[in-house]
Design a protein around this ligand. Structure first.
Ligand SMILES: [Zn+2]
Length: 239
């Protein structure tokens, strides 16, 4: 058997293997598995997004709580000062008014910050709720996924002996093919499923284009790799 016949045999085994893989991956269970996998990935992305958002908001919350503590501290100070002033006969009415104004201003800021804090706490709660809901959905998708994966694994086991046999066959044939020829084949294989085609009745078996007699002669001579002028496939004459 010539090297090109070997390569042809290799290609046939490879195509058979591809067909088997396609058949395995197109079963309804496998399709369901792929779909659920996609759903799971999307849900995890959503959860990750929510969690990042929650972290940001928690950091905001901590910073606002510190601000509130500082304001309350300032309020306490101002209030004690006012208490002292109110018992101090030397304190002027202007000083008292100023102190009261400062306290009012602080109360205003404390109230505004409290409202902001409450709104933020509420939004964090909602976010946490969304995370829980998405987790529950993801949990269901994960259970469905695990169940269908088991079925797919069983299906795969059914294909395994044939796939194994073909893989071994490919390895065995490969060792009989020279590297240069195999490289040409592999490069072409990246874009075409069948890089080698028989030449019969002066036509390329791949694209069916009629080729000049000289091409057929070169293929028959078998000294070099001859490729179809039209589609680029490696040509060979069946022996
Ligand atoms: Zn061709």
């Amino acid at each position: 058997m010539s090297q090109l016949d070997k390569l042809w045999e290799y290609q046939q085994a490879e195509l058979e293997l591809a067909k088997l893989n396609k058949e395995m991956h197109s079963s309804p269970n496998y399709q369901k598995r792929s779909k659920l996998q996609k759903v799971l990935r999307e849900q995890m992305d959503v959860i990750n997004g929510f969690e990042t958002e929650l972290e940001t908001r928690s950091a905001q919350l901590a910073s606002m709580q510190t601000q509130l503590e500082n304001l309350l501290h300032d309020y306490d100070l101002e209030k004690s000062e006012l208490d002292v002033m109110e018992t101090d006969e030397e304190a002027t009415p202007e000083e008292l008014t100023e102190s009261k104004k400062a306290i009012e201003k602080l109360v205003g800021r404390i109230n505004a910050l409290s409202r902001e804090l409450n709104a933020l706490v509420e939004s964090c709660d909602k976010l946490a709720e969304s995370i829980n809901t998405t987790y529950a959905k993801a949990g269901k998708a994960k259970r469905d996924f695990d169940a269908v994966r088991t079925v797919c694994d069983e299906e795969k086991e059914g294909f395994a002996p044939k796939i194994d046999e073909l893989s071994k066959k490919l390895d065995a044939i490969r060792s009989d093919i020279p590297d240069e020829l195999f490289e040409t084949y592999s490069t072409f294989k990246k874009n075409h499923s069948a890089p080698i085609a028989p030449l019969s009745n002066g036509r390329c078996g791949g694209c069916h284009m009629a080729l000049p007699a000289v091409v057929e002669k070169r293929v028959q001579a078998g000294n070099t790799i001859v490729r179809c002028e039209n589609c680029g496939r490696i040509l060979f004459c069946r022996q």
